[in-house]
Design a protein around this ligand. Structure first.
Ligand SMILES: NC(=O)c1ccc[n+]([C@@H]2O[C@H](COP(=O)([O-])OP(=O)(O)OC[C@H]3O[C@@H](n4cnc5c(N)ncnc54)[C@H](OP(=O)(O)O)[C@@H]3O)[C@@H](O)[C@H]2O)c1
Length: 253
């Protein structure tokens, strides 16, 4: 039987792959056989992550990418296509947060969070999808969050951006459904990465998250790997437009 989870010969592009969940996603794709374009802003991290993927026996290369710049996005996608010939799998993952009460929320923070987490996903997908459509096959995976569907105090711009990610996932999925490009989102709960270090180090918030989660704990970054491989692989070919939560049950209630 053909291995429904085998990504041998596929080329993946992962944004924000230099740390945290993006690094986990890049590693998962490489473990399943994919060649990986590792995208980020810090050269030393690009070298480290692509070196780790090489050690797994995969082709991998770091590409400097700031998703805030449409021009930079276009140039980087061109460079990846020159190097690898195509992009079969896109993981839109680069993200930021800024937690503040609504009444004090700075306009610049709103703009940065929305520009990175939402407009950045649109710009990258718009640059990558045409060559997928031309070949009639592609997988776009947008990193959303439980905050795309639940609210929490302090998460004004972040929740807006992730609700937006769920919605653009549906629109892209509909427009490309008959063209062979599947678009889905992953909705993680709290995972231990730099993005949530502040909460991890605050015993009150740390315990709130444990208590609020039916499974009683945060996620481990390696627990993201299965869902990334599934959504990138043939196993999920009849699934599109969905947000799949990886949240220890948080969004059940
Ligand atoms: N950790 C969680 O609990 C959690 C939960 C739900 C959803 N998520 C989502 O998962 C994704 C990754 O989060 P994380 O926790 O892994 O965060 P992280 O450890 O802070 O990593 C964020 C990544 O995004 C990159 N990035 C930020 N701004 C960028 C920009 N303008 N252009 C290009 N790259 C940029 C960073 O690159 P640099 O090194 O260059 O800054 C880094 O690689 C985000 O979309 C986040 O919303 C995380």
């Amino acid at each position: 039987m053909q291995d429904l989870f085998d990504l041998t010969g596929k080329v993946a592009m992962v944004t924000g792959a230099t740390r945290g969940l993006g690094e986990s996603a890049a590693r998962a794709l490489a473990k399943a056989g994919a060649e990986v374009a590792v995208c980020g802003r810090v050269q030393a991290d690009l070298d480290r992550v692509s070196g780790d993927l090489h050690a797994l026996g995969r082709q991998a290369q770091g590409f400097s990418l700031d998703v805030l710049s449409k021009e930079k996005v276009r140039q980087t996608v061109e460079l990846i296509l020159e190097r690898f010939g195509r992009i079969d799998i896109l993981v839109n993952n680069a993200g930021v947060n800024n937690r503040q009460p609504v009444l004090e929320y700075p306009e610049e923070a709103w703009d940065l969070v929305l520009a990175t987490n939402l407009k950045g996903y649109f710009l990258v997908a718009q640059a990558v999808a045409p060559q997928m459509i031309k070949r009639g096959y592609g997988k776009v995976i947008n990193m959303s969050s439980i905050l795309g569907t639940v609210g929490l105090p302090g998460q004004l711009a972040y929740a807006a951006s992730k609700g937006g990610v769920d919605q653009i996932t549906k629109v892209m999925a509909l427009e490309w459904a008959k063209l062979g490009v599947r678009v889905n989102a992953i909705g993680p709960t709290y995972f231990e990465t730099d993005l949530v270090k502040q909460l991890r180090n605050d015993p009150e918030r740390f315990n709130f998250i444990n208590e609020r989660t039916p499974m009683g704990r945060w996620g481990y970054p390696e627990e993201l790997e299965g869902i990334v491989i599934f959504l990138a692989a043939q196993a999920s070919d009849f699934i599109t437009g969905q947000t799949i939560y990886i949240d220890g049950g948080w969004t059940i209630w």
